[in-house]
Design a protein around this ligand. Structure first.
Ligand code: AOF
Ligand code: ZN
Length: 357
């Protein structure tokens, strides 16, 4: 490992402290190291990360951490930042301006910021001020850290997580309409934690009808993200609008979007319940993007999961495999992807697949 990647790994590590508190902003970390010219050995002058949506960015916190005595060393120092410093006046002033004002010697980043408000302009500002800029260091790690943020801006759709539980013999459901429990209680709690981490939760009509899910965060503390107006939103694709109106989904307790075929007339919006015409999954995802939804957890059922898989519209699969067998029922979808994690959750095995390694 080079010395540069060592410091960048530290910056990536710091960035992760923002998990759950900065969405829809990216997690960003910054380490300022005195390493140019005079120092015999490198020394960290300051570290910081983006802690809170709306709060100071990583670079600001790192600069603030530098002692007054060390400020004079900034022209001989490198700022390792996991993301291109911003160039815009958002909730905070531009980080590029701060780095220029502090006369930082060099800036090294993992990735360009995909946000069109910034993209490339942060680097351009720094270079115009004569600051050396290097980007692309640990680029894959940087992208994986903020996969939701990158997917949202680059693909103009939310990051899509598919979740299901299957038996050891490959069934996702039983023969009739009555739901069968496949994964155990610990897996169930974990799913509630995941719900709290994503912007939206989606189910298909069959699951909505048969399971009557609430799609809320009950079995885990809901750390509502400050950037979101109430989280997570509930989503159902009820093409022909045939779902009974007394389902939990329609109780108005959380923002809910019901997508339907444009040819069907909707009953009209109610508080926390919106009806949106969409002729395809892709159209639905475009609307969610317009609603600034960065991620969606798809909780089934088999038809819905298969539709996403077959359209290639997924980024991550979280699959619980139980030890039970059903012998008959609804076959689980086939998975193709990189297995990136595998762990025991109670009696079940959680397998995580991604489209990227
Ligand atoms: C950075 N450092 O730590 C973060 C950046 O509304 P604002 O002012 O918080 O700006 C949000 C945008 O700024 C966000 O969409 C992304 O483009 C960038 N985030 N930039 O230089 C940081 N969090
Ligand atoms: Zn910034």
């Amino acid at each position: 490992m080079t010395i540069n990647s060592l410091f960048m790994r530290r910056a990536l590590e710091l960035a992760q402290h923002g998990r759950g508190s900065v969405s829809p902003n990216p997690m960003v970390g910054c380490v300022i190291v005195h390493d140019l010219g005079h120092s015999p050995t490198e020394r960290i002058l300051g570290e910081g990360w983006h802690r809170q949506y709306g709060g100071p960015h990583a670079e600001v916190n790192a600069i603030r951490a530098v002692s007054p005595a060390d400020e004079a060393l900034l022209p001989e120092s490198t700022a390792y930042v996991t993301l291109e410093p911003c160039s815009h006046y958002g909730k905070t002033p531009p980080c590029a301006d701060l780095l220029i004002a502090k006369k930082i010697g060099r800036v090294i980043c993992c990735n360009d910021d995909p946000n069109p408000l910034v993209s490339g302009q942060g680097f351009a500002k720094l270079r115009a001020a004569g600051i050396e800029v290097v980007t692309g260091l640990l680029a894959e790690e940087g992208r994986a850290l903020n996969a939701r943020f990158f997917t949202f801006f680059e693909q103009k759709r939310p990051y899509i997580l598919l979740k299901w539980a299957e038996t050891a013999d490959g069934f996702i459901g039983g023969v009739g309409a009555t739901p069968v429990a496949i994964s155990g209680p610990l897996a169930g709690r974990l799913v509630h934690r995941w719900r709290g981490e994503e912007d939206a939760i989606l189910v298909g009509t069959t699951t909505a009808r048969n399971d009557n899910p609430r799609l809320n965060v009950r079995h885990w503390p809901d750390t509502a993200r400050p950037g979101m107006a109430g989280s997570p939103i509930r989503v159902v694709f009820d093409r022909a609008l045939t779902l009974p109106r007394d389902l939990h989904l329609f109780d108005g307790s959380q923002p809910t979007r019901v997508y339907h075929n444009p040819s069907v007339t909707s009953p009209g919006d109610r508080p926390n319940l919106s009806y949106v015409p969409a002729h395809s999954l892709a159209a639905m995802l475009t609307d969610l993007h317009q609603q600034r939804i960065q991620s969606v957890l798809v909780e089934g059922g088999a038809q819905t999961l298969t539709a996403f898989l077959e359209a290639g519209l997924w980024d991550e699969i979280r699959l619980f495999r139980s030890t039970a067998s059903l012998q008959a029922g609804v076959a689980a979808p086939q998975v193709r992807g990189h297995l990136v994690d595998q762990q025991a959750i109670g009696d079940d095995t959680l397998l995580v697949y991604r489209t990227f390694a």
